[in-house]
Design a binder for this molecule. Structure first.
Ligand SMILES: [Fe+2]
Ligand SMILES: [Fe+2]
Length: 181
């Protein structure tokens, strides 16, 4: 029996990432005080799950399989996706660099964190749209069933120092809770 198609797995991740982005955006735009606790948790989710786990699946498994089947990197859709991932990492580093000062009440640092976070949310929403509507259609076209199964097996066995199965599960629960906020 065929395993879940890797594109479906990645789209499920997208819905979780969107749930946390929506909750963070709401906190940033409506809360009277600076939402240090939620931003700290969301930052951890974005670093460890969105980037450390989800982007790892794309960069180490899906994209290389697509490149092997002739999809362009430079000046092509995969190059655009990799560029977006790099911008996202810079924006997360920006949030992290200002968060401690912001949590101590520094208004300039709080503004900087809000700006970085809102830019991150805006960029990642567009990035997810491009993957869901363009890149993943290409992936479904170029990957035959054995190739898709091979990637799905790699996804299931992802291990790294920072992203243990327990960490992944904890972040999934955080996203589920965020979707109800
Ligand atoms: Fe991506
Ligand atoms: Fe993605």
């Amino acid at each position: 029996m065929a395993l879940e198609h890797p594109v479906m797995d990645l789209m499920t991740d997208h819905r979780r990432i969107e749930a946390v982005m929506n909750a963070l955006e709401k906190q940033l735009l409506v809360s009277d005080s600076f939402p240090t606790e939620f931003i700290t948790k969301a930052l951890k989710f974005f670093v460890e799950y969105a980037d450390g786990f989800h982007h790892l699946k794309e960069e180490e498994h899906l994209f290389p399989a697509m490149v092997d089947r002739g999809v362009a990197v430079e000046c092509g859709p995969i190059g655009v996706m990799l560029h977006d991932h790099a911008i996202g990492r810079q924006l997360l580093a920006g949030i992290r660099s200002q968060l401690e000062e912001a949590s101590r009440g520094d208004p300039h640092a709080q503004t900087a964190v809000r700006d970085y976070a809102l830019r991150y949310i805006d960029m990642l929403r567009q990035h997810i749209w491009k993957e869901d509507n363009v890149l993943f259609s290409i992936a479904q076209r170029v990957l035959d069933e054995p190739a898709a199964d091979f990637i799905a097996e790699r996804f299931a066995s992802i291990r790294s120092m920072n992203v243990t199965p327990e960490t992944v599960e904890r972040h999934r629960q955080f996203a589920d809770a965020a979707s109800r906020l």
